[in-house]
Unconditional design. Structure first.
Lengths: 110, 113
């Protein structure tokens, strides 16, 4: 199973962009990068996903390096409500399962 | 449109007992996955059900079993409870016709005394 490596924790000032890195150096060609976040022991919430190209939605942007060995989730204007644990996951439709790591605990500071 | 619903939200059991947790998937979803999340850890994959069959299983003992019903709802059963089974149990639903996005419920918090 492809694994991901993320920093344990990060701080970000409110209103600034939060850039959360993820290393997935063993990713295979047909595996997607998914990002979820979990707020205070609620169920994880989907944020965004991508295969090769950069992606953007109303919540965030996902930048994937050309060699696909790493990616960065960008929250363009972080708010206090973005304080959560963020999980980067490599997903293969062939295995049907997500492998979560320990994630990055993001704290947005007022 | 109801999302993923789980019951019960909290429960307390003693060692050796058995527990059943229930999950109703999001409308239109046909696949249910179960995860165990210990305090301070990321969710760990238990198993996934599709078409009433267990399609994939994580590294969990046979004490953990499940079932999916024709209406796509699912149950997770844990026998011979151990203290280490105390955790948040998360159910997630998805559809084989869509990308791999999972929709999670709020979880069932199990405490084993």
């Amino acid at each position: 199973d492809a694994k991901t490596t993320q920093p344990t924790s990060m701080d970000c000032a409110e209103g600034r962009a939060a850039n959360l890195p993820c290393n997935h150096s063993t990713i295979s060609g047909n595996e997607y990068v998914y990002w979820y976040r979990q707020i205070h022991s609620q169920g994880p919430q989907y944020i965004i996903h991508g295969l090769k190209n950069n992606e953007t939605n109303e919540m965030a942007s996902l930048i994937i390096t050309e060699d696909r060995k790493s990616s960065t989730l960008i929250l363009p204007h972080a708010t206090l409500r973005d304080t959560a644990v963020y999980y980067c996951i490599v997903f293969s439709s062939g295995t049907y399962k997500y492998i979560f790591g320990t994630g990055t605990r993001l704290k947005v500071l007022a | 449109d109801a999302g993923v619903t789980q019951s019960p939200t909290h429960l307390i059991k003693t060692r050796g007992q058995q527990v059943t947790l229930r999950c109703s998937p999001k409308s239109g979803h046909d696949t249910v996955s179960w995860y165990q999340q210990a305090l301070g850890q990321g969710p760990q994959f238990i198993f996934q059900y599709y078409e009433e069959e267990e399609r994939q299983r994580g590294n969990f003992p046979d004490r953990f079993s499940g079932h999916q019903f024709p209406n796509y709802s699912s149950e997770l059963n844990v026998n011979a409870l151990l203290l280490g089974d105390s955790a948040l149990y998360l159910c997630a639903s998805s559809s084989v016709r869509e990308d791999g996005e999972l929709f999670f419920g709020e979880g069932s918090r199990l405490t084993v005394l």
